[in-house]
Design a protein around this ligand. Structure first.
Ligand code: 6PG
Length: 240
């Protein structure tokens, strides 16, 4: 099921995202004693993360039962300002009591193929059947319609065997590490957080345009047996 939720601005969007995060965590922990979430990179999640470290949200989650992964990572060290891990540490992980051995970092500082293989094996090992999927995957969307590090016309878009791959991104002239479409589409809940006028054109193309996933990779995200929610602010939704 796909749902589009529109919010006045980035602050309202972050509040809605924090609400959903907490609700999903409480349900998962109540049902199975564990909540598995893959965080997104970029800047949009920052406000959501910061809200989670404060009441009324921080006290609602048993953080000792939370397991944190990433949807993608840049090929930089963990203390680099470009690192998605570093952003999450600064805005969330350094402020809530998640056990360190439940924070699973993509090692952007090593060879990307090695890091991707290692991460794919980690996910395979950590997700025992029948709970073999993420409870929640948070995603952003770039101005070009990419998500995670699934960029237009890149090899990772077609990957269906591995859970995590290294993906060379010509427009950035860099390697990235990214979860692949099958892993994301196996999640119970996938939430896109999209904010700002710069996203309006690509959001319209992704949501209402022809199916052209090589051009708009976010169109590949369609959970088989899960919920897809687009949380967008009015600036991003202006052309819908
Ligand atoms: C990354 C992200 C990427 C991001 C989008 C949106 O590593 O950059 O995972 O997919 O979510 O580029 O980024 P903003 O939230 O900064 O607009």
């Amino acid at each position: 099921m796909t749902e589009i939720q529109r919010f006045a601005d980035g602050d309202a969007l972050a509040l809605a995202g924090a609400e959903f995060f907490v609700q999903t965590a409480v349900i998962a922990i109540g049902a199975r004693g564990k909540f598995t979430v893959a965080l997104s990179g970029g800047s949009t999640p920052r406000k959501l993360h910061q809200l989670l470290t404060r009441e009324p949200y921080v006290g609602q989650v048993d953080w000792t039962k939370v397991h944190v992964y990433w949807g993608d990572e840049r090929t930089v060290p963990p203390d680099d300002e470009e690192s998605n891990y570093n952003m999450a540490r600064e805005t969330l992980l350094d402020h809530v009591p998640i056990p360190e051995d439940q924070i699973y970092r993509m090692r952007g500082e090593i060879d990307p193929e090695t890091a991707a293989t290692e991460y794919g094996r980690l996910i395979k090992a950590n997700f025992d059947p029948p709970q073999s999927r993420f409870d929640l995957i948070l995603l952003g969307m770039g101005d070009d319609g990419h998500t995670a590090s699934l960029f237009p016309h890149t090899a990772a878009l077609d990957e269906v065997k591995h859970r995590c791959v290294a993906n060379f991104v010509p427009k950035l002239d860099t390697w990235r590490i990214t979860l692949t479409v099958p892993v994301i589409n196996s999640a119970a809940n996938v939430v896109f957080l999209v904010s700002g006028a710069k996203k309006a054109e690509s959001l319209k193309a992704v949501i209402e345009g022809d199916y052209q996933p090589q051009i708009y990779p976010s169109q590949l995200i369609n959970p088989e047996d899960g919920q897809l929610i687009w949380m967008v602010d009015e600036d991003a939704a202006a052309l819908l």
